[in-house]
Design a protein around this ligand. Sequence first.
Ligand SMILES: [Cu+2]
Length: 67
Amino acid sequence: MLEFVVADMSCNHCVSSITKALTALSPDVSVETDLDTRRVKVGGPIDQAAIIAALDEIGFEATPVQA
Ligand SMILES: [Cu+2]
């Protein structure tokens, strides 16, 4: 899984927007979010740049977390 910090993910509305934007990229993408730590984990057939671009498009900056 690819992991990101999305600092502006502050409520369930953000979680829902982020999840929708990522699952729209491919039906096989899985998304896990943790509001407390502002982390987003993404699995499936998608690369880091595509995730960052998709979130940027809806106004969120995603910073990759090194595993
Ligand atoms: Cu929000």
